[in-house]
Ligand binder design. Sequence first.
Ligand code: BGP
Length: 482
Amino acid sequence: MKNLKMPQNFLWGAASASYQIEGAYLEDGKGLTNWDNFVRIEGKTFKGTTGDVAVDHYHRYKEDIALMAEAGLKTYRFSIAWARIFPNGRGEVNKKGIEFYNNIIDECLKYSIEPMITIYHWDLPQALVDEYGGWESRKIVDDFVNYATTLFKAFGNKVKYWITLNEQNIFTSLGWLTAMHPPGKFDDQKTFYQVNHHANMAHAKTVIAYREMGFTGMIGASFAYTPSYALNCDPINAMSKVNYDDLKNFWWMDIYAYGRYPKAAMKYLQDRGFAPDIQQGDMEILKEAASKISFMGVNYYQSCVCEYNPLDGVTPYGTMNTTGKKGTGAVVGIPGVYKNPANTFLKTTDWDWTIDPSGLKYCCREITSRYNLPIVISENGLGAFDKQEEDKSIHDPYRIAYLKEHLKALAEALDEGCEVISYCVWSFTDLLSWLNGYQKRYGLVYVDRDETDSGSLDRYKKDSFFWYKKVIESQGKALFDE
Ligand code: BGP
């Protein structure tokens, strides 16, 4: 094991998302988004936290990118706020928006950091929601492609890595099934699958447009991949894993990689009247886009266990732990199909997320054998309570241990034949955790702020910052030093 290293051109990185870091939510012509409104509904976020100020990256991007350079990052994955470019979703381009992201890109390039842009990380111009229900209408496909091609025109010559959609499976599940994200709808299965079909079409047409514009860079989607293990060898549990994989993972990844929906899952949805309406020509477009993507983006945080779930069993709507009080998250599942009990072999975070480094290798191996695509690990990290000491230092050995074990598993995946081109820690600085406020910290860099919008917003390097720097400098060799 000791000789494992990442390849020379490996893109060591870190990731963020516009709503979670930028703040400046009303500045320089930005339009309001679905999230600007959603966080104002009582009870939706932990202690009513918002991204109004977030960690003020909008004004401090130079300082943040200088810190990235100091850490030795080779890539920085960030998202663009659609409403900064088109305040109303379409129409006239807001020059200030283009200027802001141009500055970020130039600042990265100044330090030889490859910008990796996420086109959509969940903040949707509210105007499009008001006009036609956002993702619920097929009209969004053209508006999305118009927005994406505007970005390609503006930045395509400087930016070589593009991610169309971040975690389509999560923003749609939380938006239309569990009401935890905007638009806050509950158990709207038919719309959920329709919304996903629209998102698939938006992704596909964007990929095709990128290639038609003559760009040769790398483009793909980032999927929140939660790989599954059957509880045991009881065939009923093994089948629940097969069902879970089809409905929760391959439903999306097969579209990105092959342009097709898994057959058994489609039959299951058709039998229940939940299958999406697919227009003539859609499947050809999805297929064409699949042949043009460059990688599978993976956001990996945890694995899960699958067990048969009786018809009167648990639902997908159990409470999520958003407080950091261990053990408050409920077991969820689909009655008659599967449920996801705790993995008794593994520890969990304070937010009840299972810690499983081998799960990351499992994702890579599965993608390699099922899709044979290069892989970008676009997010991986630990949300934890951090404490700043009197002398301002932050000791986060738990984060170092988490990242170290995951990176070792990744090095093994590479050694076993997977083509992994990048790894992005979530996140570079502390930032807003959508539903969990500011106390669930992910950063390598601590930001002095809490739920109350008080705090200096000053940046402090955590121990994990120095550790990651060493790992990058040694091309991963330091992972294996005891
Ligand atoms: C992913 C999102 C990120 C980030 C991360 C951590 O699902 O792409 O935006 O938030 O998860 O999740 P959380 O903030 O809920 O702990």
